[in-house]
Design a protein around this ligand. Structure first.
Ligand SMILES: [Zn+2]
Length: 72
């Protein structure tokens, strides 16, 4: 009888522990999924997401055409 009670308590505690761990992981994933970074073109100043930006000599451009404008 007492063993059964202990087993139930252990089971409940492990469930609580797993739920907390799952929630912590879920929250961390949500935090990592942030908004895309917006950057300004060094030539025309238009705002573009970081994934579409063209990087050239440490500067950010909206297109390869604008990057070539600054090529010296
Ligand atoms: Zn541009």
């Amino acid at each position: 009888m007492l063993i059964r009670l202990v087993l139930i308590i252990v089971f409940v505690l492990s469930c609580v522990f797993l739920i907390r761990k799952y929630r912590a992981m879920r929250d961390q994933k949500a935090r990592n999924k942030t908004e895309p970074k917006i950057l300004a073109c060094a030539d025309c100043g238009v705002y573009i997401p970081e994934s579409e930006a063209v990087r050239y000599h440490g500067r950010v451009y909206c297109s390869s055409m604008h990057a070539e404008n600054h090529e010296v």
